[in-house]
Design a protein around this ligand. Sequence first.
Ligand code: ACO
Length: 333
Amino acid sequence: MSVLQKSAIAGIGFHVPERIITNSDLTQWMETSDEWITDRSGIKERRWIDHDGGASSLAIQAAKNAMEDAHVLPEEIDMVICATITSDYFFPGISAQVQEALGLNHVGAFDIKAACPAFVYALSVGDQYIKTGHSKTVLVIGAEVQSTALDISTRGRDTAVLFGDGAGAAILKPSDNESAILSTHLHTEGKYLKSLWCEGPASKFNPRISKEMLEEGRQYPYMNGREVFKNAVKRFPQVIQEAMDANELTMDDVAQIIPHQANLRISQAVAKRMKIGMDKVYSNIHKYGNTTAASIPIALTEARNEGKFQRGDYIILAAFGAGFRWASAAIRW
Ligand code: ACO
């Protein structure tokens, strides 16, 4: 029986737009307050794109930063996986733009649409390519521009205040030492599809979006906040525990949990349920809001840069989001 090749993260990086939108800035477009947003979400500001570059422009810069961190040249990359629900165009996905802009060889490049947990899904797929020997250097990106999808008015305030734009990336390579992606766990429960979704434009309709749909605001994301909260605080601990059990780890062995930055209140509730302090649950949501598939690689990079974990430490990435989907990755850094 052949032994599968382990993969490890060889480099990481992120990129966010320069334009900062504070909670106070939002009050010019909707009835809200810094106090309401801070109390419910922990968010103080987010970045919103100020040009028409779309998610690909953020993805490309994040990828360059991760490649520099990993000391990887464009010609070494042999697979590109982009996690996004906000691609520049309806098709063919931002991975094609990334391939072209970075001057990569004519390698495989595709997008994964799995909402907030999509970066962990993409990491899991990249890990399999390396494990099987199919690929040697995989570029995995999470990138989103949510700001152009939001209803920036009082009607959309429960959702609009939460989301930000950004991108993060990781380079996966075969590992010949203790550093490795140890396991990934992916889950979906489609019965909650409409608790966090965006209805149009969609292939279900012809034309894909109508004047009536636009007037009714059905092009904007819809969230049942209470349903999201209830399920998130159940699924995060489950999938973190699953990652620990699969690797015979206890919470004492784990240096840092890097959760999807959904909402500070969700992270705090997860920490409480797992009986751990917030010092073990990384958070940077106050600066960037919820950046969907980009939040984990952005948080991972900042946590690493702040020294929250060191080479050889165990960390766990965990996410919950639309689908509903939830996922985790146990990593030896
Ligand atoms: N500013 C001011 N008021 C607001 C805003 C806002 N931005 N948004 C909603 N409100 C109002 C509502 O209109 C409502 O007013 P009403 O009582 O007069 O009708 C009131 O605030 C509701 O506030 P709460 O009592 O706090 O409502 P609830 O307890 O349902 O909490 C919340 C709502 C904060 C959304 C909660 O359900 C929550 O935190 N859910 C988690 C959702 C989340 O964080 N998702 C992350 C994105 S998805 C993901 O990444 C997994």
